[in-house]
Ligand binder design. Structure first.
Ligand code: NIG
Ligand code: FE
Length: 408
């Protein structure tokens, strides 16, 4: 401990270390030491003496440390809002009908294309701050409201810039195959050509994306088109993930899994064969209860199947203006329990360890283990099961990134 840069004493740990027997991976009454931004040692308080501690000691007063929260699926960067469509949906129109009539994703595309980077940063910052204030230390941000090369690049640059202005790790995902832009109406294959031959190569060349995503759906892109995008991404060494089987059974999850996708997200219509294929490829199931709730879904993702085949389940906000206008990861943890019957431990693991897997970052973050980066949250709770339980007030005491306490 003496060699550590900093030590937290009197803390309980929910490590989510999978080698520990209980679901939370609990160690009570510990000291946790940091060296060079990584977790260097974990010791019971009973073995800690005043002389064994370095100069920088923080008393956790019996609070709980968890891994920093990770929101692994967001559309955080966009302009405008879709409150008018919210009203139309209250009058009985469906999300799909609104999309087919040129609203939905395309209305946000119109708003986003005409905004400058600085304007997009300004409209996206409050959403990021809301997530961060709840304990998010890593966030994934997708493009997908540009749908042409300059505007997709603009969105990815905004996402990267947000990670410089706010202390949070940002992972970016290219989602050029989110919807068919109006200038390609009736020519989806030509647009997919553009995505595969121009957008993916340029974005890869500029190092602007950490992964590539596709909206594989009846109102998105079909299996063949999705496969072309996935293969183009892989050819440029970019990992893939998919919006799959949100609104219908398309087998897109099996397609993505067969190509080694990091995650398949939504999954309301996933069937047993799809779950088996995901298990075999180690693909994470990202549950998005906000979109299910907001679209008044009547088919839940097959949680029992996912459990049976041991598919890791992450939980994310999907924050976006159309299907999940809710910048709250704690609300999503709660909804995953209430709407999808996850246990509290599964919900917290879903926004930490399993979310890290969905981003390909499990070697570095997502659990509290010696050697991992010290991205942590300190909570004023009696137990970590309070995180998905109570909403509205925040028990967050400290948000810690790379061993440094950051408040913003
Ligand atoms: O994850 N399904 C497609 N994409 C988003 C919705 C985006 C929007 O409606 O603007 C989703 O639900
Ligand atoms: Fe999404």
């Amino acid at each position: 401990m003496k060699d550590c840069n900093r030590v937290w004493i009197n803390v309980n740990l929910a490590t989510f270390d999978p080698s520990l027997p209980d679901a939370y991976g609990i160690h009570t009454m510990c000291a946790l030491g940091i060296l060079d931004g990584r977790i260097a040692c974990i010791q019971p308080m009973s073995s800690v003496t005043a002389t064994s501690l370095p100069f920088d000691v923080i008393d956790g007063h019996n609070g709980w440390l968890t891994p920093g929260l990770i929101d692994c699926h967001t559309h955080l960067v966009f302009a405008g809002n879709r409150a008018n469509e919210f009203e139309q949906r209250q009058q009985g129109k469906s999300y799909q009908e609104i999309a087919r009539q040129g609203g939905g994703i395309l209305s946000t595309v119109r708003a986003t294309r005409v905004r400058s980077k600085e304007q997009l940063i300004k409209s996206s910052l409050p959403r990021l701050q809301a997530l961060v204030s709840e304990g998010v230390t890593t966030i994934e941000i997708k493009s997908g409201y540009g749908l042409n090369l300059p505007d997709e690049i603009k969105m990815l640059e905004v996402a990267r810039e947000l990670g410089k202005r706010v202390p949070v790790r940002v992972k970016t995902t290219l989602l050029a195959a989110h919807a068919l832009p109006p200038e390609f109406a009736g020519r989806p294959n030509d647009y997919i050509d553009l995505v595969c031959k121009e957008i993916i190569p340029a974005v890869a060349e500029q190092g602007l994306a950490d992964a590539v995503d596709v909206f594989s759906e009846t109102i998105g892109f079909d299996l063949e088109q999705s496969e072309r995008v996935f293969r183009a991404a892989l050819a440029h060494n970019l990992p893939i993930k998919g919006h799959t089987e949100q609104l219908s059974l398309t087998r897109s999850s099996s397609l993505a899994a067969s190509l080694g996708a990091l995650s398949c997200d939504h999954l309301e219509y996933l069937d047993e064969a799809g779950a088996i294929n995901m298990a075999e490829s180690g693909t994470v199931a990202v549950l998005l209860p906000g979109a299910f709730y907001y679209l008044r879904g009547n088919k839940k993702p097959p949680i029992e199947l996912l459990r049976r085949f041991k598919v890791p389940m992450a939980v994310a906000s999907d924050v976006n203006p159309g299907s999940s206008p809710m910048a709250s990861i704690r609300l999503m943890m709660n909804m995953s329990c209430i709407l999808f019957q996850l246990s509290a431990a599964e919900a917290v693991a879903g926004a930490t360890r399993e979310a890290a897997k969905a981003l390909g970052m499990i070697e570095d973050i997502g659990t509290i283990e010696v050697g991992k980066i010290a991205d942590l949250c300190l909570w004023d709770t009696m137990h970590p099961n309070e995180l998905p339980y109570e909403l509205g007030q925040s028990p967050l005491l400290q948000r810690i990134i790379g061993g440094e306490i950051v408040y913003e």
